[in-house]
Design a protein around this ligand. Structure first.
Ligand SMILES: *Cc1c(COP(=O)(O)O)cnc(C)c1O
Length: 383
């Protein structure tokens, strides 16, 4: 049986957790939290990083920070995870869903401008599969209309965007705010976990307060004030040191993890390139301005019935390939709020994307076996 995903231990995860226990401080914002935050700030040129219990939490913090009020509009792709939208819905926002690109499940940047109204407050691009959106285009449209940009970089650790002026910018360092995920299915994991990246300095002080239940405790612990109390709204968004210790061990070994993931990605791609076209199946497109962080290997089936057949037969032979998002504009929760625009590309990817098994411990031999099994199933389907 080959699962779709499998958590793994890369190094000192358990030793660091033991160390955290021995240190006598297990609640949040301790040594390992600070190590992880400094790592993001230094490596990705993020002004201030705050660890959270999930990317969902980081998105909720972002929605509070940009001051979303009832009726404010937020533009984002329909083809994304529930949390991208839910975080803003919780603050009363009206979500305006954008369609995906024809060549890639990411948002169609060229169409964003047509969705902006007087009430628009923010754009939330999602770097699908860790592949960058065209950020110059998004930042230009946002700055022309005074909008905030929050990058949903849940899948985008260690990926980058090459700007029009030739500068390579880490994803998560471009928008006013950005969010990462360390869920067990992401490249770097702590089971559940996330991070809020703050690139616009005006948000730093308030973010720390929201993070710590609406109190100025972070500032108190740095000795900047002599008592702390309730100063704003907030919640308990910070993870415990157990989570941070696990995460730090994975961050320390990120190069090794990424090296292996890229090998797996390349092997899928080499095995599939030229072989899938005759079945009407597409392999991933990576625009020239984007990097590949090997978050995911996906293929786009010819149609829903071919996709469903492949998933069913793969499962029967013990290989768990899976579908991905169902466009949020058609979801049970949102369908009655949606303005009725058709989003044909989001619909298409909802019906046709297949994600292949992808995890650190997957061997090259297993990748070859999976690819051969898929090709056999496609021939079977044709006949
Ligand atoms: C995984 C993911 C999330 C949610 O991350 P959690 O850490 O599980 O909250 C949000 N957006 C995208 C695009 C994701 O892939």
């Amino acid at each position: 049986m080959i699962p779709f995903n499998k958590p793994f231990i890369i190094g000192k995860e358990l030793a660091y957790i033991q160390d955290a226990v021995a240190s006598g401080k297990l609640s949040g914002n301790g040594k390992y939290t600070q190590l992880a935050q400094a790592f993001f700030e230094e490596k990705y040129h993020i002004k201030k990083a705050l660890l959270t219990s999930s990317c969902t939490d980081a998105l909720e913090m972002a929605a509070i920070l940009i001051g979303i009020e009832h009726g404010d509009e937020v533009i984002m792709p329909s083809y994304t995870f529930v949390s991208t939208a839910n975080a803003f819905v919780l603050r009363g926002a009206k979500i305006v869903f954008a369609d995906s690109r024809s060549d890639h499940p990411g948002v169609n940047e060229g169409r964003l401008k047509s969705l902006i109204t007087e009430r628009t407050k923010a754009i939330v691009p999602v770097h699908y599969a860790g592949v960058s959106c065209d950020m110059d285009m998004i930042m230009d449209v946002a700055s022309a209309h005074n909008l905030f940009v929050i990058e949903d970089a849940a899948q985008a650790i260690e990926s980058s965007y090459t700007s029009r002026n030739g500068k390579k910018l880490p994803l998560g360092s471009i928008g006013h705010l950005a969010t990462f995920s360390f869920h067990e299915t992401k490249n770097i994991s702590s089971g559940e976990g996330g991070l809020l990246a703050i690139n616009d300095e005006q948000f730093i002080n308030r973010a720390e307060i929201i993070w710590e239940k609406g109190t100025n405790r972070a500032s108190f612990f740095r000795g900047e004030i002599n008592k702390y109390g309730w100063v704003d709204i907030g919640s308990s968004f910070l993870p415990s040191e157990i989570t941070a210790a696990f995460l730090w061990a994975q961050l320390e070994h990120m190069q090794e993890i990424q090296h292996k993931r890229i090998q797996i990605w390349e092997r899928y791609n080499t095995n599939f390139s030229s072989k899938l076209e005759s079945f009407g199946i597409r392999t991933p497109t990576i625009p020239s301005y984007a990097d590949n962080n090997a978050h995911m290997y996906y293929i786009i089936a010819n149609d829903e019935s071919q996709r469903d057949y492949v998933l069913k037969r793969m499962k029967e032979i013990g290989i768990l390939a899976v579908f991905h998002y169902l466009g949020l504009h058609t979801s049970d929760f949102f369908v009655n709020y949606h303005d009725g625009r058709t989003l044909p590309w989001a619909d298409l990817y909802s019906e046709t994307v297949i994600r292949m098994p992808f995890y650190f411990e997957l061997t090259i031999e297993q990748v070859d076996l999976i690819c051969q099994a898929l090709l056999d199933i496609l021939i079977e389907y044709q006949n």
